[in-house]
Design a protein around this ligand. Structure first.
Ligand code: SER
Length: 316
């Protein structure tokens, strides 16, 4: 990667990915794009407005910037997708197809963020294999599974350098997620700092894969820089750094805030989505093919999250 265009740059991952890429590849070599005008760090480097469904504009921007890589982060998350399935399909599928076509026109490498949501209730739940049954039951998951296959197709058919990761729930203190099922694992840290308690919309005993944002950013760069001759898979690799239920994350928080209280008010929609996803992924293909090695486990992440959020929220 030398010249990179990022879509969805203002989102949960994009807002941290863009500064991270700029720190590695140089500020002027990373073009941030989003449907909304930039805020914060994004405003400091190259930025253009882009609706990912507008393939013509995407192609013009890629051409003018002379991008060699497209990192396509724009998308609607799982719970929000269920509120308006047609809109989620339009952004998550039509937007990805438009960006893939623009990348093909300019022979760009293409990164696609898939998800644990690309699996479904008939997928083996524990130690979910890299290659297994994928019958997702959310519009978000169906879009992710379809786009994984379409990205593989672009590689096979057009020899486009497409690569992707199946992200677990991502936890970060910078930009909060919006409308996802794994969001509880971010909100719990905010409420731990501001209220000393949290009411979880996900039930006790519900396990999902998770990862701290710095590990996710590093994984994107590692995969995109990996030697292509080593890649047996492309779209998309299972990755995860930990798997926990609400009780286990609460226990981890209590090591720092002993009085922290966890209560439940389960949301049926998000609970049913969570129950359709794996408990824990087998990440051996990612480790073997490109050296995936996350640094943060639950307790290390908790200490870092609480420290950073305290700095931000207690001052504010
Ligand atoms: N974090 C996403 C969500 O909850 C899953 O990829 O929607």
């Amino acid at each position: 990667m030398k010249r990179i265009l990022v879509t969805g740059a203002g989102g949960q991952i994009g807002s941290e990915l863009v500064p991270y890429l700029r720190s590695i590849y140089g500020e002027s070599n990373v073009l941030a794009t989003d449907v909304k005008a930039p805020e914060g760090d994004l405003a400091q480097g190259p930025f253009d407005l882009l609706d990912v469904r507008d393939g013509r504009r995407a192609s013009e921007l890629i051409g003018a910037f002379k991008a060699d890589t497209v990192i396509h982060m724009a998308g609607i998350l799982s719970a929000k997708g269920e509120e308006n399935p047609n809109f989620a399909w339009d952004i998550n599928v039509n937007g990805t197809v438009a960006m893939l076509e623009a990348a093909r026109e300019h022979r760009c490498a293409f990164f696609f963020p898939s998800s644990i949501a690309a699996f479904g209730p008939t997928t083996p739940r524990v130690n979910t294999p890299q290659d297994t049954i994928q019958r997702p039951t959310t519009v978000y998951g169906i879009a992710k599974a379809s786009m994984e296959m379409l990205c593989d197709y672009y590689h096979l058919k057009f020899n486009l350098d497409t690569r992707g990761l199946r992200f677990p729930g991502l936890i970060s203190y910078v930009t909060p997620p919006g409308g996802g099922t794994t969001d509880y694992a971010v909100h719990i840290y905010y409420d731990a700092i501001t209220k000393g308690s949290y009411t979880s919309f996900i039930a006790k005993g519900t396990y999902m894969d998770m990862m701290y944002m710095p590990d996710a950013l590093e994984a994107i760069v590692q995969l995109m820089e990996a030697d292509p001759s080593k890649l047996k898979h492309r779209n998309a690799f299972n990755i995860s750094a930990m798997s926990f239920d609400p009780e286990e994350i609460a226990q981890s928080i209590r090591k720092v805030i002993p009085d922290f209280k966890l209560e439940y008010d389960v949301d049926p929609l998000r609970q049913s989505i969570a129950e359709s996803w794996p408990d824990s992924l087998d990440c051996s293909a990612a480790r073997e093919e490109w050296g995936f090695a996350p640094k943060y486990d639950l307790d290390r992440m908790t200490v870092h999250m609480l420290e950073k959020l305290k700095e931000r929220l207690v001052k504010a």
